[in-house]
Design a protein around this ligand. Structure first.
Ligand code: AMP
Ligand code: GLY
Length: 440
């Protein structure tokens, strides 16, 4: 038996825990907030405590005789959880602090891509003060720029001209706001195209890809509204996207391999764990939007439930630096829809009752993952973040979407979701968009 500790409390960690248990793990969970799914999977062997209190995590590992630890979220990774836990003798699936800066600092990431001439890089410049900001905006033209705060922002800090900023004044004001908050930022070239997520398993050298996923960052249907942590995602039975070719995937994967090598060359530290690449296919080829030092949320829910290879073995391969190159997934399509409290992300209604008809969900064949909800007196309530992910898995995208949508119908409360995620009409819009970009 392998005793495995998962750190983290969201739907991604629920999906990770599920894949570990399916692989034969005796699961334990350390989380800042009780996830009902992880509580059940780990047979209540949990500790509710800060996920960045490394001493407490190490004590829990000793007490429970943990064989290794899987880290779900970025926050503990970016402040050195792996360095701390491994120095106490417990191996981890996740990068050390220097390597995790690939997500923790967009300035580090862009500088590294530039230094190592990684093809999918885009033009950018970093700023510590307002000095030179207006000159750069004038030189590039505000319409061609995106503002990105350095450091972690939960996917909500990026502002794109035309989406969130509508004039040079808006852009300068946002930059000033960031400087006032003592945040560095980058001004980055705005690119146009269709986005996709490529998640990989990395053992320090080998980078193994998983099926492509497309996330939906905007809060409302038709890609309207503010950016969120992600409102839903889908993947296709052939593991590609209709508008992304195998060649595109190979270009993206090559750059992920190059970044792993660059991290080692620059910091002396091997990248081990999950590496998430968010790319955009543009008229000028594949471009990198961001790297994350973890699996995506919701994207983890699209790949782990269809994994055929034993996930515990994959984790061991990452730790022991002998990851198998052939990792198999079912040829199934998946659609994940997130239910969020009304008002999310700007003014979410918390402490709202969520009623879940688990029997009906099972009958429909929909899977569900707890995100930020809590239980009190046997009832489930919302917090200020996404509440639950509902997943449909089927032979076709159409069927997977129907299952997810029916599944959402089994969950009641002051919640909303994007009905359009995974639908044929949205997919067609994406295909048409890509065609129009490529024919410009
Ligand atoms: P991020 O937090 O870096 O994933 O960015 C959030 C969203 O902003 C992405 O999903 C894109 O839709 C958009 N975005 C980020 N960088 C760029 C860019 N350079 N050009 C155009 N859109 C971008
Ligand atoms: N779904 C976007 C992320 O996990 O960062």
């Amino acid at each position: 038996m392998t005793n495995i500790l998962i750190v983290g409390h969201g739907a991604r960690e629920h999906a990770i825990g599920e894949a570990l248990v399916r692989g034969g793990a005796e699961l334990y969970a350390f989380m800042s907030f009780k996830n009902a799914g992880l509580d059940e999977l780990s047979k209540n062997r949990i500790r509710i405590h800060s996920e960045t209190d490394f001493k407490a995590i190490i004590s829990f590992c000793k007490e429970k005789n943990i064989d290794f630890v899987v880290i779900g979220p970025e926050k503990p990774l970016c402040v050195g959880i792996v360095d701390a836990i491994e120095s106490s003798g417990f191996p981890c699936v996740g990068p050390k602090i220097e390597a995790a800066q690939i997500e923790g600092s967009k300035i580090f990431m862009r500088n590294l891509m530039e230094k190592f001439k990684i093809k999918s890089n885009v033009k950018s410049k970093s700023f510590k003060s307002m000095e030179g900001v207006e000159e750069y905006i004038d030189k590039m033209g505000e319409v061609n720029l995106v503002v990105k705060p350095d450091g972690l922002t939960g996917g909500k800090g990026v502002k794109v001209f035309g989406d969130h900023l509508f004039s040079k004044e808006d852009m300068v004001n946002y930059c000033t706001e960031l400087i006032d908050q003592k945040r560095q930022f980058i001004l980055e070239e705005k690119i146009e195209g269709e986005e996709f997520t490529l998640q990989t398993f990395v053992d320090g050298e080998n980078v193994v890809s998983t099926p492509l996923v497309q996330d939906h960052k905007r809060a409302y249907e038709g890609d309207k509204g503010p950016n969120t942590g992600g409102m839903g995602s889908y993947s296709m039975a052939n593991h590609l996207m209709p508008f992304i070719t195998q060649e595109d995937v190979e270009d993206a994967l090559e750059d992920m391999k190059n970044i792993v090598a660059a991290i080692k060359a620059e910091t002396g530290v091997k990248y081990k764990g999950f590496l998430y690449g968010q790319f955009m296919k543009t008229k000028n080829g594949i471009k990198l939007i961001e790297f994350n030092a973890r699996l995506g949320d919701p994207e983890a829910m699209n790949i782990l439930p269809i994994l055929k290879t034993n996930f515990v073995d994959i984790c061991k391969g990452i730790i022991n630096e002998n990851l198998a190159s052939s990792i198999e997934f079912q040829k199934k399509a998946t659609v994940c829809k997130y239910l969020a409290p009304e008002g999310y992300p700007k003014s979410p209604k918390k402490d709202q009752l969520v009623e879940i008809d688990t029997k009906k969900l099972k009958d429909i064949g929909a899977r569900y993952y707890y995100a930020s909800v809590y239980k009190k007196d046997g009832q489930v309530y919302t917090t200020t973040s996404r509440a639950m992910g509902v997943l449909g898995v089927a032979d076709s995208l159409k069927k997977a979407e129907e299952i997810a949508e029916k599944g959402v119908g089994c969950i009641h409360g002051n919640l909303f979701h994007r009905k359009d995620v995974g639908t044929q009409s949205l997919l067609k819009k994406r295909i048409d968009h890509m065609e129009s970009i490529l024919s410009k």
